[in-house]
Each structure stands twice: as structure tokens, then as C-alpha cells.
Design a protein around this ligand. Structure first.
Ligand code: BGC
Length: 688
């Protein structure tokens, strides 16, 4: 992420600065605290803090930066980090949603806007993208990533890094990216957050690591290690991950920050007897900056004195942090992001809202549309909008919504009302709560439904039911919401279910009975407008799932790129790999999503029947819009290696293109398939 010449100049600057630093000042660069900059002014003045998280705003950051660069001995600037996960003030859809657009340009632009807003408010560094593969929707943090697939996950990871960082880290709107959580955090047993991960090296390398590698290759300047252990080794002490793979194999030149107190948690993991030992393990493994554990601050200097770490181990970590500060241009302009004008001007602009609306439209996945209930006519006489999420302005912000505010959110009800003229009577009631079971609101809901031509029912999870520490053991609709849908369906009126949630939900009854289902995730500030655009056909939905929807929670973990097993399921044969009470297939698979038009695929061709090393072959297919509306289609290419030295998945995504077709139009879509696409770790763990 920096030219070689610039790099070597920076390396010389870093070395000369390093030669001036005391041990305490060196350790200081590796220390990060959350908030409370005023109480920590003395430490800043002493050069004993290198970074803050959660200190925001052009004025607040300017004041503490001033102390660092005007009152400390070496005037080393601070770096300010913050979780800008899906927008800063203009909240975009959650990352799981935007991944469903399969539109890398759109995703990159969304992050560019997030970066523009965050950098206008003093932030230099986002703890994003989260690139953890998630195969278990019980895990609440599935909402923050791109879903279950390493190929798509890698493409999205790179797009997000490009979007945050922009073409030049020194530009005033560029935000340093941090790919997290390294690694395999999403592999938590039972989908329970922070839980043990025990996976093979093959699964680690083929499934969980590729998006991190892609983020590194796209120039991500930092990585965050994860809370979890993998096969007995917590990430914050995992030298194989943080040094051998990341720096050795991948040549990563940025720095690694711990997760919140994850070095301290080495005690609970049971691999360190005290905080000093934890600090030593962390530094030696390759964690450069300690977020909030106080381990480095309190113990690295004495660990050095006691020869438990070496001077060069300490220097190397400091070098990595300083190098990035130079690359960001912080030494030249420590106040680069403390611009009150830009803070007033560049946040929540109409253009940003417009981009959020476009992104939200494209993140929506149409799951079912029997008898073309959708799109709805704008000339409806009476429309009933029901459900605890229908007029909710908090939940659409989703988890980790940075500075997003409910007052900026257009609810579903608000969006629909804005779309319809005075000719349509819009009725609304909540019907029930999101989580608390109660049917006391059903009578009114049914009464409104009976008066309406169509019922739109908005159900799902609250915005805070996914994200960190939000695992669920049962991923059905919470509370009485499914009963509400059943009751409304019982009126005989056409019912459209709008789902709002941060993870796949097990909604088999709804899928089997209700004619239309729209998956909207948490779409951010433009929620209601984007949903109304889709419901009334002003935007033809084009999203495709990037995470499998199970029929029931008991099916998870569930993912499309599974192995065949020695006994693949056959309904009529008992001794095969299946459940007594459920099919193996998901309710809705990875890659699935409908449109208001239809597409057909014709003339699939390979340019050759064999593929030699150093060659590539072309895979072509004609895609035709066979319906009567313009629409976008995500053309997906999958491969299967039927016989190999080790077992291979039944299907693996190897390419995708999103195309747009007018009614009757066809396009020839071409993919190139290279030997690299068909490469995997063989019996001896060689990349073959
Ligand atoms: C989360 C990280 C986040 C950090 C700082 C931790 O609890 O796991 O994803 O970046 O807090 O807010």
C-alpha cells in the first residue's frame, strides 16, 4: 500500500526515530486505551500511549493530539481508531446484507463514504472489515461479515479495504483498515460467541484464512487478532498465525492489534499465569498493540529488563506501528482529520443518503413470490402494515452502528407512506412485541388486516439481537411473531412477510405457507425507502444470499460447500447421512434470490476440455431475461473436483458476475478458469 521508494524512506525515518526512544516511549506506542483522554493526558504527555479508540470528533481528537505532538518529548502523533462497521453517521446496511448485493463496486463506494464521514470526525483507523467466515447463524457476529464463502468473502474483503483506504493512505479521506478477527473466530463451537474453535489446518487455510489473505493483498494496514483459541492456542498468543503465516508466508508489513483485553484473557484461557506472562506471550507471538489489557503498559519494560523479551522483539513491534503512522501522513499533519468544517459539511449529506438507499435496495433478497403478489400496485385502496418492526427506527441501524441515530432512519411505515399517494389508506399496528411473547395485540392486527387489500407484516429480530455476544440457541422468529404471521395468513388476505434480521432465520412454516417473503436484514438509515422501492417495483430485487438459511436450528452449522461423505443422503436408504426429521438441504441456499423477472441459462461451453498449468480456459454461458421487466442477475460459476487426493467440497464458487438485462435481452457471460482456481492443499498440505 505504499511504493517501494516511499517505503524505504519511511523505514529510515522509523529507524532514526526509534534510535531516540526510551523503553517507556517504545512501549507507549504499543498501548491503546478506550476513551477518557482527559484523565490520560499525563500519559500522553509522557509518550506512553500510542493510540486511542472511541475518542471521536474533530475537536476532541485535536485536543489530545495537540498534547501528543506539542507537549511530549518526541512529538509522536496518536492514531485514533473506531468501529466503523457499516457507515459512520450515514448508516449503511449491515455487512452481511451488502455482501448479498454481490456488487463489489457498490460495497467499495459504501466504505468510501463511511471513510469520508469518519475521517471528517477525527478518526484515522476503522476496526473493519470483519472478514470472518461464518457457517453457524447462531453466532451473532455473522451480521458483521460477508457470509459463509471464502471466495466471495475474499472479494468482498478486498473491496472493503479498497473502499476504506482509498488509493492513497495520506489522503484526508482515507481510513486505515483493520481486517479482523484473525482467525477463525466464526468457527466457535455451538455458535456461542468467544467459544473454543477446533478445526483442522486444512479448514483453517482453505475456508477461514483466504479473506484475510485477500485483505492483506489489497493493502490492509492492520489486522486484529481474535478472542478464540484454535486447537489449544488462543490467537493472541498464536505465533504460527501472527508471525509464521501472516508475516512469513503473506509478507504482511502492517501491524496487529489485539482484540479488547484479549491479551489479558490469556489468563482465563489458562496459558498465562499472570498479566506479565500474557504480555510476553502476546508480543512474542506477534501482537504489536495491546487494546485495553494494560499488559504491555504495565509489564513490557520489566519483561525486557528481565530478558524475557528481547530489545529487537520490542523494536520490531514499535517499527510496525510507527511505519503505519508515517504512511498515514500523521507526522506531516497530525491534525489531518481534525477539521470541524468537514465534520459539519461531509456527514449525512443527501448524496450519502442516496448511496445508502441504492446500497440498501441491492442488499434485499426476494425469497419467495408466489403468484406474483409482488410488486404491489401503488393504487391499492387499503394497505395494512403490521408488526413490531414496521415502524421501528432503532433496529434498522443493526449492531455496531457507530454514530447512526434513530432520528435519521426512515422506518418501513415511513418509506411506504412516502411512496403512496393520498388515494391509499395505510393502516398500522404493531401486533406484538419483538421478543416478549403476548397475543394481546392480535385482535387489532386481525381487524386491520381484514379491512385491507394486502397485508405487509414486518417481523424479525431487534437490531441488538445480533452482533457481539448475541448468540442464539434457537434462530426462529422470537416472541409471538410467527403466531402473528400465522394469524394474519389465516384471514385469507395476501400476506407479504418482510424479514428484518442480522442472521438467517429458521422460518420453515412461513416459507411453506406465506406467498411472498422479502429478506431485508438491517438496512440502515434508508431502510423504509429501499424496502418501499422493492415492494412497489421501483427497484427490481437482485440480491442473492451469502449465507444458507436452515430449515431448523438443528441443521446448523450449514453451508453449501460441504463434503459429500461416504454415505451421501438418499431418502430411501436408512444408513445414509441424514436426519430422521428433516431434509439435509437448507430452506434457502447460498447464492439464492429471486427477481421480478426471470432468467434462463443457455449454451454452457468450455473453451477446452483440459487445463494445463500456466493455461486458462474460458467458461461461457448465455443468460437471457425471459420476463417482462429489466433486472439484474448474479451469474455464479461453481466447480467440483470429483476425484482428488483428498476429499473436496460438493461445490465451490469460482467466479461471479452481476449483469443487467432488459426484457428479452441476452448476454454471453465469460469466466476464465485458471489452475489457481482449482488448487487446494493436498495430502501433504502442499498447495497443489
Ligand atoms: C470486538 C472488536 C472491536 C473491539 C473494539 C471488541 O469487543 O470484538 O470487533 O473492534 O471490541 O470496539
Amino acid at each position: 500500500f505504499c511504493s517501494l521508494r516511499a517505503q524505504s524512506l519511511i523505514d529510515r525515518q522509523v529507524d532514526s526515530l526509534l534510535s531516540l526512544m526510551t523503553v517507556d516511549e517504545k512501549v507507549g506506542q504499543l498501548v491503546q486505551y478506550s476513551g477518557a483522554p482527559v484523565q490520560r493526558e499525563t500519559l500522553v504527555r509522557q509518550g506512553r500511549i500510542g493510540s486511542f479508540l472511541n475518542v471521536l470528533g474533530a475537536n476532541s481528537t485535536r485536543e489530545v493530539q495537540r498534547i501528543a505532538v506539542e507537549e511530549s518529548r518526541l512529538k509522536i502523533p496518536l492514531i485514533f481508531g473506531f468501529d466503523v462497521i457499516h457507515g459512520y453517521r450515514t448508516t449503511f446496511p449491515i455487512p452481511l446484507a451488502t455482501a448479498c448485493s454481490w456488487d463489489l463496486d457498490l460495497i467499495e463506494k459504501a466504505e468510501r463514504i463511511a471513510a469520508t464521514e469518519a475521517t471528517a470526525a477525527g478518526v484515522h483507523w476503522t476496526f473493519s472489515p470483519m472478514v470472518d467466515i461464518a457457517r453457524d447463524p447462531r453466532w451473532g457476529r455473522i451480521a458483521e461479515g460477508a457470509g459463509e464463502d471464502p471466495y466471495l468473502g475474499s472479494a468482498v474483503a478486498a473491496a472493503r479495504v479498497r473502499g476504506f483506504q482509498g488509493p492513497d493512505l495520506k489522503s484526508p479521506t482515507s481510513l486505515l483498515a483493520c481486517a479482523k478477527h484473525f482467525a477463525a473466530y466464526g468457527g466457535a463451537e455451538g455458535g456461542r460467541d468467544y467459544n473454543t474453535v477446533d478445526i483442522s489446518e486444512r479448514t483453517l487455510r482453505e475456508i477461514y484464512l483466504p479473506p484475510f489473505k485477500a485483505a492483506v493483498d489489497a493493502g490492509a494496514g492492520s489486522l486484529m487478532c481474535s478472542f478464540n483459541e484454535i486447537a489449544g492456542m488462543p490467537s493472541s498468543a498464536n505465533r504460527m498465525l501472527l508471525t509464521d503465516i501472516l508475516r512469513g508466508e503473506w509478507k504482511f508489513k502492517g501491524f496487529v492489534v489485539s482484540d479488547w483485553n484479549s491479551i489479558g484473557e490469556l489468563l482465563q484461557h489458562g496459558v498465562a499465569a499472570d498479566l506479565k506472562e500474557a504480555a510476553i506471550l502476546g508480543l512474542k507471538a506477534g501482537v504489536d498493540m495491546d487494546m485495553e489489557a494494560d499488559a504491555y503498559h504495565n509489564h513490557l519494560a520489566s519483561a525486557l529488563q528481565e530478558d524475557r523479551i528481547t530489545a529487537s522483539q520490542l523494536d520490531e513491534a514499535v517499527r510496525r506501528v510507527l511505519r503505519v503512522k508515517f504512511q498515514l501522513g500523521l507526522f506531516e499533519n497530525p491534525y489531518r482529520n481534525c477539521d470541524t468544517d468537514r465534520e459539519r459539511r461531509d456527514i449525512l449529506t443527501p448524496e450519502h443518503r442516496e448511496a445508502a438507499r441504492k446500497t440498501a435496495q441491492r442488499s434485499i433478497v426476494l425469497l419467495k413470490n408466489q403468484n406474483n403478489v409482488l410488486p404491489l400496485k401503488k393504487e391499492l385502496k387499503t394497505l395494512a402494515i403490521i408488526g413490531p418492526l414496521a415502524d421501528d427506527k432503532e433496529s434498522p441501524l443493526g449492531p455496531w452502528h457507530a454514530m447512526g441515530k434513530p432520528e435519521d432512519v426512515i422506518s418501513v411505515l415511513g418509506g411506504i407512506k412516502a411512496k403512496l399517494g393520498t388515494g391509499t389508506k395505510v393502516l398500522f399496528t404493531r401486533g406484538c412485541e419483538i421478543e416478549k411473547p403476548s397475543m394481546s395485540g392480535f385482535t387489532e392486527a386481525l381487524d386491520l388486516a381484514r379491512q385491507a387489500d394486502v397485508v405487509v407484516v414486518v417481523v424479525g429480530e431487534s437490531g441488538q439481537m445480533s452482533g457481539e455476544a448475541e448468540s442464539r440457541s434457537n434462530i426462529g422468529l422470537p416472541g409471538s411473531q410467527e403466531d402473528l404471521v400465522r394469524a394474519l395468513h389465516g384471514t385469507g388476505k395476501p400476506v407479504v412477510v418482510v424479514l428484518m434480521n442480522g442472521r438467517p432465520l429458521a422460518v420453515q412454516w412461513i416459507a411453506e405457507n406465506v406467498p411472498s417473503i422479502v429478506e431485508t436484514w438491517f438496512l440502515g438509515v434508508e431502510t423504509g425507502n429501499a424496502i418501499a422501492d422493492v415492494l412497489f417495483g421501483d427497484y427490481n430485487p437482485s440480491g442473492k444470499l451469502t449465507t444458507s438459511f436452515p430449515r431448523a436450528t438443528g441443521q446448523v452449522p450449514i453451508y453449501y460447500n460441504h463434503k459429500n461423505t461416504g454415505r451421501p443422503a438418499v431418502d430411501s436408504v436408512k444408513w445414509t447421512s441424514k436426519y430422521l426429521d428433516l431434509k439435509n438441504s437448507p430452506l434457502y441456499p447460498f447464492g439464492y434470490g429471486l427477481s421480478y423477472t426471470s432468467f434462463s441459462y443457455l449454451n454452457l461451453e468450455l473453451s477446452a476440455k483440459t487445463l494445463k498449468p500456466a493455461e486458462s480456459l474460458l467458461v461461457s454461458v448465455t443468460v437471457k431475461n425471459t420476463g417482462n421487466r429489466s433486472g439484474e442477475e448474479v451469474v455464479q460459476m461453481y466447480a467440483r473436483d470429483e476425484v482428488a487426493s483428498v476429499t473436496r467440497p460438493v461445490r465451490e464458487l469460482k467466479g461471479f458476475q452481476k449483469i443487467s438485462l432488459a426484457p428479452g435481452e441476452s448476454k454471453r457471460v465469460q469466466f476464465s478458469l485458471t489452475p489457481e482456481d482449482l488448487t487446494f492443499y493436498d495430502r501433504d498440505m502442499k498447495w497443489t
